[in-house]
Structure formats: C-alpha cells, structure tokens
Design a protein around this ligand. Structure first.
Ligand SMILES: NC(=O)c1ccc[n+]([C@@H]2O[C@H](COP(=O)([O-])OP(=O)(O)OC[C@H]3O[C@@H](n4cnc5c(N)ncnc54)[C@H](OP(=O)(O)O)[C@@H]3O)[C@@H](O)[C@H]2O)c1
Length: 323
C-alpha cells in the first residue's frame, strides 16, 4: 500500500480508502459479519482510511464500522475515520447533539475528520456560525480535523475564512473517470492549499468495473437503477471507456476497476479514492490499484476518451411525455 499525508497534517493515510456507505440499507449490505470481514481485510491490506456518514443507514454504517474496528482490536491511532454531518444539521445545537450521538454510535473517543456532508441548502444557516461550532469541536478535542463535502469553492473559502485556529484538511467530492467536474476548480484549489481530496464514487458506482453491461444494468430494486450513470443513454457513452479499461488492464494484469482507480491517483497527488466494497474480493482489488502506474500513453488515452463523455443528469425529466 502507498501512503499520503492528510492535508497539512502528519497523519498517514492509505492512498486508497474504504467507503462505508455500502454498510447500509441503501446498498443492502447489512449483515454485520460480512461487513466486519471487509473492514478486517482492508486493514490487513494496509488500508487505514475509512469513510462513513451519519445518514448512511441513519447510523447503521457508523455503527458497523466502529464496532468492527473495536472488535478487530486495531489501535485507535492506526486508523483514520471520517464521518459526515448532514447540511440540515448545521446549526450549533444540532451539531453538538448529533456529533455526540455519532461518537456514541461509532464507539470512538474522537472523530479524526468531521466533514459537513453538503451545504445547508434549505435552512440558510450562516457559514461563519456552523464553521465556528464545528471548530469548537476541534478545540474541545472530540474532532481532530475538519472537512467539507460537495461544497462549491465560494463556500469553501468563506468557511475557511470563518475559522480561527484550524483549517479545512479534506474536501470530499465526486470524482471518477466519467464525472470529472472536480478538476475544474476544486482539485486545483486543493492542490494549491494542500487539502486532501477524498474522491467519492471513484468507480462510478460500479459502472467502470465491467460488471455491468448495456444488456445487464442494475435491477429495478437496486438503488442505482435510478442513477443517471446507469441510464442507457449515459451508459452507452461510458461503455467505450470500460472496454478501454479492460484492454489496458490486460497489459498490466489488472482489472478495469484497478485501472480506473490508478488513473485517479496518477492524475493528482492529493486525490485519495474511497471506493465502497460489498465483499472481500472487491476490497482486495482496490488495494492492488496502488504500487504501480500505467504508462503515459495509456493515461493519455483514458484522458482523451473520458474528456469526450458528457453525462446528462436531467435524463428522466427530459424523457417526460406531456399528456
Ligand atoms: N460525500 C458524498 O456525498 C458521497 C456520496 C456517495 C458516496 N460517498 C462515499 O464514497 C464511497 C464510494 O462511493 P459510491 O458508494 O458512490 O460508489 P463506488 O465506490 O463508485 O462504487 C461502489 C460499488 O461498485 C461495485 N464494486 C466495488 N468494487 C468492485 C469490483 N472490484 N468489481 C466490480 N464491482 C465493484 C459494488 O457494487 P456491486 O457489487 O453491487 O455492483 C460497490 O457497491 C461511499 O461508500 C461513501 O463513503 C460520499
């Protein structure tokens, strides 16, 4: 496993993390023993960076992850756990109460990184107010570092300007080979200010793995069946990339998923993908996406091919037929 420093800190994080949204009703992996085996295998493989959120299974993901880490008996300072507070809870009273609950559910004495999951879109909480309340948690020792997820640059800046003695060390953003919007502003910003980027959906929810094809898209009872990525029109645009990932992978003895993750870590030194696994084999494949690099020509081919993909998010609305 390769390691990076988290933001401007000395904290050592694995170059690939593990997302724990998969341990929730949304993804159907609610069996504790299976999830614990995934966490345990991740640790054996050198993955020490885990991501969860209060909303994943409304506590279930935090519960499973924290319990697994405790039962496995890993030393607290050998793992780095990020969790996220929803934008709707970003007023001081909700912040303090929900973080206290999160610590209880995780069963941890402190949270390594607390991120605001999304901006308070509907509630109009002033940025300086929640920034200071979150910073207070750092001051009193229950959170070590702060981060923001799905925030535009303007809000990142006003959040950072509201902090007195800490800074944003992590931005968590969607970033994968076919959804590269983060490259426009957020990744260059993170590189300039030494902020770690946790790349969420790094394998486009499985669309880049080759497991799904034009004839075999996620079933109607799968949370992804309504995801724009798996809309037939969008998926048709993505498919040539999946084929290219397979072709490139064959040269290196790697699977498409490993090439897709390798491309991300190769593209920016601050990017740390946090893919989610539903079984041990998947986490094993994640670990093997580090400690090698594809050659420049292969990187460029993927860059070129993926820059032509334009995922359309309004597809279901645009398909509406007036009566
Ligand atoms: N901040 C945010 O707003 C936000 C949003 C979303 C996610 N996240 C975080 O990012 C993490 C990962 O993103 P994500 O959940 O969107 O999805 P992802 O990591 O892009 O895709 C994960 C899915 O791909 C499939 N998969 C994984 N490994 C595979 C392999 N080796 N071969 C074939 N298929 C494989 C699995 O589903 P199947 O086996 O069922 O196909 C798995 O559930 C989450 O766990 C969460 O921590 C954050």
């Amino acid at each position: 496993m390769e390691y990076n420093k988290l933001g401007k800190t000395d904290l050592r994080i694995s170059r690939i993390g593990l997302g724990a949204w998969q341990f929730s009703y949304d993804w159907g992996l609610t069996e504790y023993r299976e999830a614990k085996n995934i966490v345990s295998r991740a640790l054996e493989l050198g993955i020490n960076f885990f991501d969860t959120a209060m909303v994943y299974g409304v506590g279930l993901s935090e519960n499973i992850l924290g319990k697994a880490l405790r039962e496995i008996g890993i030393k607290r300072d050998e793992v780095v756990v990020s969790t996220k507070i929803p934008g709707d809870f970003l007023n001081p009273q909700d912040i303090y109460k929900s973080v206290q609950k999160s610590l209880q559910i995780l069963g941890l004495r402190y949270i390594d990184i607390l991120l605001a999951h999304w901006p308070p879109c509907w509630h109009n909480f002033p940025t300086y107010k929640y920034a200071r309340a979150l910073e207070k948690l750092v001051k009193i020792g229950y959170v070590n570092y702060l981060g923001l997820s799905n925030f535009p640059i303007e809000l990142v800046e006003s959040f950072r300007n509201s902090l007195a003695s800490s800074d944003v060390e992590v931005l968590q953003i969607r970033y994968n080979l076919v959804e590269r919007g983060a490259e426009e502003e957020l990744i260059p910003y993170a590189e300039a200010y030494k902020i770690t980027v946790q790349a969420w959906s790094p394998i486009a929810k499985g669309a880049l793995t080759g497991k799904y094809t034009l004839e075999n898209l996620p079933r109607f009872d799968d949370v992804r069946s309504r995801d724009p990525i798996f809309d037939l029109e969008n998926f048709s645009k993505i498919w040539p990339i999946v084929e290219k990932l397979r072709e490139i992978g064959e040269k290196y003895g790697k699977k498409p998923v490993q090439v897709a993750l390798n491309w991300l870590i190769m593209s920016s030194p601050v990017v740390v993908p946090i893919p989610g696994a539903k079984n041990i084999q998947q986490v094993e494949e994640f670990a093997e996406s580090t400690e090698w690099r594809m050659n420049f020509d292969d990187w460029r081919l993927l860059e070129e091919l993926s820059s032509r993909v334009n995922v359309q998010y309004s597809f279901s609305y645009l398909k509406y037929k007036e009566f």
